[in-house]
Write a protein that binds this ligand. Structure first.
Ligand code: HXC
Ligand code: NAP
Length: 294
């Protein structure tokens, strides 16, 4: 029987595709990259810490995946991005997919943030995504390369906004706007743009900064998710692999939420009635049926 923790696409679904993943050495970028490799892709993984990237590449090599290029690159600096795109092309001859996954984030009341703290997050998420998208987009368009695509990892507060992560919310909203804008503008060049908005998928990077200590248990954060569980990396990887594959050739400008229903939990006006017991419902039904009869 199929389950959400199993690989979903068929073998070879990403054969010959070269995928450039920002933040590919850790967390969700690493999980997605690993699955892409198993489907036949070649990878360029970037991040600021070369040792982390090399360790990930070594791990994969020991499993028999040789086609991985780790490149140190701070996405905030266009010259470093351009150099890593050049290194990718030298190694693999082309790049087919850009996965904008790198991010910076931490919880804080906004009034406690220094201007530099605000910039640290916005520069990684918004400026970094812009830098990678512009560098690869220019390259593809100048060389008339087609059948390319960009996948951006955002979050549901890109459209709801969120307290205590305001720089991240602002930056992810900008990334979502870019996704939808370029889906139209660059379609004529054979470049698709899509996004995924994950809900909670525990990773060290995110949890150390968003749920430090025992905050998750203290606040019983799982209660925020109607399906009462966090995401499994494989189910995110399945969705990402589909979106970057040629099976998704008609998917363009979409943002797909994968969050167990989390963002809608507090959005529906009567969702709070979930706590009403069957006995209370009996009483309430009597009352609502009698409404207007007096
Ligand atoms: C207040 C803080 C702070 C904190 C840093 N700063 N941490 N301010 N509270 N917790 C301030 C610093 O004092 C400094 O300002 C400024 O921010 C820059 O800090 P640096 O440490 O010099 O920056 P840098 O080394 O560039 O690190 C960037 C970072 C860091 C964002 C601060 O956390 C990082 O490297 N993150 C990368 C990985 C990451 O965040 N992963 C989680 C993604 S999770 P001053 O004024 O003192 O100079 C995610 C999930 C979204 O995005 C959705 C969840 C559902
Ligand atoms: P993570 O492991 O901390 O991943 C962030 C990655 O970005 C790291 O590999 C980091 O590597 C890289 N990075 C940070 N700043 C960079 C910079 N300036 N230049 C290049 N790379 C940089 O966290 P994650 O949970 O896997 O997050 C991955 C993505 O999922 C992010 O876009 C995040 O917003 C999104 N997301 C996560 C969740 C979740 O629940 N985990 C939910 C919604 C959305 P270096 O530090 O070595 O640079």
């Amino acid at each position: 029987m199929a389950t959400h923790t199993q690989p979903m696409l068929r073998d070879g679904a990403l054969n010959e595709k070269v995928v450039f993943i920002t933040g590919g050495g850790t967390g969700l970028g690493k999980a997605m990259g690993h699955y892409f490799l198993s489907l036949g892709a070649k990878l360029v993984i970037t991040g600021r810490r070369l040792e982390v990237l090399e360790k990930t590449a070594e791990e994969w090599k020991s499993e028999g995946f040789e086609d991985v290029l780790p490149v140190a690159c701070d996405v905030r600096h266009y010259d470093q991005v351009a150099a890593s795109v050049a290194a990718a092309i030298t190694k693999f001859g082309k790049v087919d997919v850009l996965l904008n996954n790198a991010a910076g984030n931490f919880i804080s009341p906004t009034e406690r943030l220094s201007p530099n703290a605000f910039d640290a997050v916005i520069d990684i998420v918004l400026k970094g995504t812009k830098n990678c998208t512009l560098a690869l987009g220019k390259h593809w368009i100048a060389n008339k390369e087609t059948n390319k695509n960009i996948l951006n990892i955002v979050t549901t507060y890109a459209w709801t906004g969120s307290s205590f992560v305001v720089p991240s919310a602002m930056a992810k909203a900008g990334v979502l706007a870019m996704t939808r804008s370029l889906a139209v503008e660059w379609a004529k060049y054979g470049i698709r743009s899509n996004a995924i908005a994950p809900g909670p998928f525990p990773t060290k990077g995110a949890w150390d900064r968003l749920m430090p200590g025992d905050l998750a248990e203290q606040l019983d954060s799982i209660k925020q998710v109607p399906l009462r569980r966090v995401g499994e990396k494989q189910e995110l990887a399945n969705l990402a692999a589909y979106l970057i594959s040629d099976y998704a050739a008609y998917m363009n400008g979409e943002v797909i939420t994968i969050d167990g229903g989390e963002w809608l939990q507090d959005a529906g006006q009567f969702n709070f009635l979930d706590v009403v017991t069957p006995e209370q419902w009996d009483m309430l039904e009597m009352m609502t049926r009698n409404a207007g009869k007096k």
